[in-house]
Design a protein around this ligand. Structure first.
Ligand code: SAH
Ligand code: F3S
Length: 481
């Protein structure tokens, strides 16, 4: 899920209200996907009971943790640069300890700990509950490592501390890991097998969020459509489950419906959907419940059947289009966004043309587009030569981005003239006098503040737009307040 987070928040530090009895300062920085940001909240929660308050000032830190991303080479390079900067701070604060969390842990543990010696601790995404022990180890002067991946850890019993930047929107993890094995993707290796979280713990977390004033949640997973709870256990073992377990199992559409009914005033989003696993009942459930937002993030990766096959995406482009047609039929108001990789090994101009054609077919509301980055250990990394020249990748990427931009314009213009419900998230980046929020389709809307406040649901008359932002004027509170 290493996108959806906008580039501006990469490297964001987390700060929570301090406990007076806590004596040490934790500086925690997060990179990559929404799941990493959610995980940092779990980590901050675990360490709050271990004597750590959070700080945003590196020079005050006693422990620096960086929650890392391995999805593309560039992400890893950025983080490695940061690690050398933390190391410099050690000169003036010799007791400072530095730990690496998340996806780079398993891949680079030997290099970071033994060869370069730039970190004291390496902790994989399933080992955060071991942090108190690992910190003790580090305190006694040793290095500490735990990168064991788990078949059942979901942190369902941990109540994450929240990033109090807006107090309105929050992430709630529902699955961890991924079993899909797309050949370009490092996630199944860094985050391990797919497992689903107990629905009861999901509901408890959402209830807490509601009690604390949150108005919108995003259910998170690498592949949310694959969610399946039958009392615990891996999805691949479901066929061995008892009849009783099978009869009472919760799939994603049931989970979505349960959450929507339990919290009719809470806005619900989810990410990411996978074309091969998304079922029509999910789209029907979305259409049935007003509080489930009308947006589906549905990565396509490529428009060429040959490349989709090489990527081990288990669907054809025709099947993908059929799914898009069904989404539009069942829920015509739904926005659709994409992820695309350009320059996958062996990609020809013909394959590239097929991707542009797919863009034309769907006319996505927005998207995240990347040049292929070979990841060591993945099937493509081991078996295929990264043979599309960098210049060609860049040129194809810019063609894709230009076409997508014209579709963004086309889609945002369709909102102009309408009155839409917007949840206010904060002040607009461009103007102190305007609020920023999103409509149901997840398009950003800005409008004059008047007497409204953060967390209000407001009906906004949309008057104008750029390719990415709608502009309007509030006309009233919506009935969702
Ligand atoms: N299912 C996940 C996808 C994780 S990665 C989710 O929840 O979003 C997010 C996106 O990064 C992918 O959809 C893909 O478009 C891109 N990506 C993954 N591996 C990549 C690689 N090796 N090179 C370039 N882009 C990649
Ligand atoms: Fe990666 Fe494919 Fe899973 S993109 S996260 S292996 S669905």
């Amino acid at each position: 899920m290493e996108k959806t987070i906008d580039e501006n928040v990469q490297g964001t530090t987390l700060v929570v209200e301090g406990e007076e009895t806590n004596k040490r300062n934790l500086y925690i920085e997060s990179y990559g996907c929404a799941m990493n940001f959610a995980d940092s909240e779990v980590v901050a929660s675990i360490l709050a009971t271990e004597g750590f308050n959070t700080t945003q000032t590196l020079e005050e830190a006693d422990l620096v943790l960086v929650n890392t991303c391995s999805i593309r080479d560039k992400a890893e390079q950025t983080i490695r640069k940061r690690l050398t900067e933390y190391n410099k701070v050690k000169k003036s604060r010799p007791h400072l300890k530095v730990g690496v969390l998340g996806c780079m842990a398993e891949r680079l543990k030997d290099k970071l700990l033994d060869e370069e010696k730039i970190v004291d601790m390496v902790v994989g995404p399933d080992a955060y509950k071991d942090l108190p022990n690992l910190i003790k180890e580090v305190d006694s002067g040793n290095d500490a490592v735990n990168v064991i991946l788990s078949k059942d850890e979901t942190y369902g019993d941990i109540s994450p501390v929240r990033l109090h930047t807006n107090g309105v929107t929050a992430f709630v993890s529902i699955t961890r890991g991924c079993d899909n094995m797309c050949t370009f993707c490092v996630v199944p290796f860094t985050r391990g097998r797919e497992r689903s979280r107990d629905p009861q713990s999901i509901l408890t977390e959402i209830k807490e969020l509601q009690e604390n004033g949150f108005k919108e949640i995003t259910l998170l997973g690498q592949n949310v459509d694959s969610y399946l709870w039958y009392g615990g256990g891996l999805k691949k073992n479901f066929e061995n489950a008892s009849d009783m377990q099978k009869a009472t199992a919760t799939n994603f559409s049931k989970l979505l419906e349960t959450v929507a009914l339990a919290h009719p005033k809470m806005r619900i989003r989810f990410s990411t959907s996978n074309p091969q696993d998304m079922t029509l009942d999910v789209i029907e459930t979305m259409a049935k419940h007003k509080n489930i937002c009308n947006h589906i993030h549905l990565p396509v990766q490529s428009g060429s059947n040959r490349i989709l096959k090489e990527m081990n995406r288990l669907h054809t482009i025709e099947e993908y289009f059929e799914l898009i047609d069904n989404i539009r039929k069942i829920n015509p108001d739904c926005s659709i966004s994409q992820d695309i990789i350009t320059g996958f090994p062996t990609e020809t101009e013909e394959d590239h043309a097929a991707t542009l054609k797919a863009l034309e077919y769907v006319k996505y509301d927005f998207g995240y587009m990347y040049a292929y980055s070979e990841r060591p250990g993945t099937l493509a990394g081991r078996k295929m030569e990264d043979d599309v020249p960098e210049r060609t990748k860049k040129r194809r990427l810019s063609e894709i981005i230009a076409l997508q931009r014209s579709h963004c314009q086309f889609r945002t213009e369709k909102h102009v003239g309408k009155i839409q419900e917007v949840l206010i998230e904060g002040t607009s980046k461009k103007s102190e006098n305007e609020w920023m929020g999103r409509n149901s389709q997840s398009t950003v809307v800005v409008f004059p503040k008047e007497n409204y406040k953060v967390g209000d649901f407001v009906n906004v008359q949309i008057n104008d737009c750029t390719s990415a932002t709608l502009k309007g004027i509030a006309v009233s509170y919506s009935d969702n307040n």
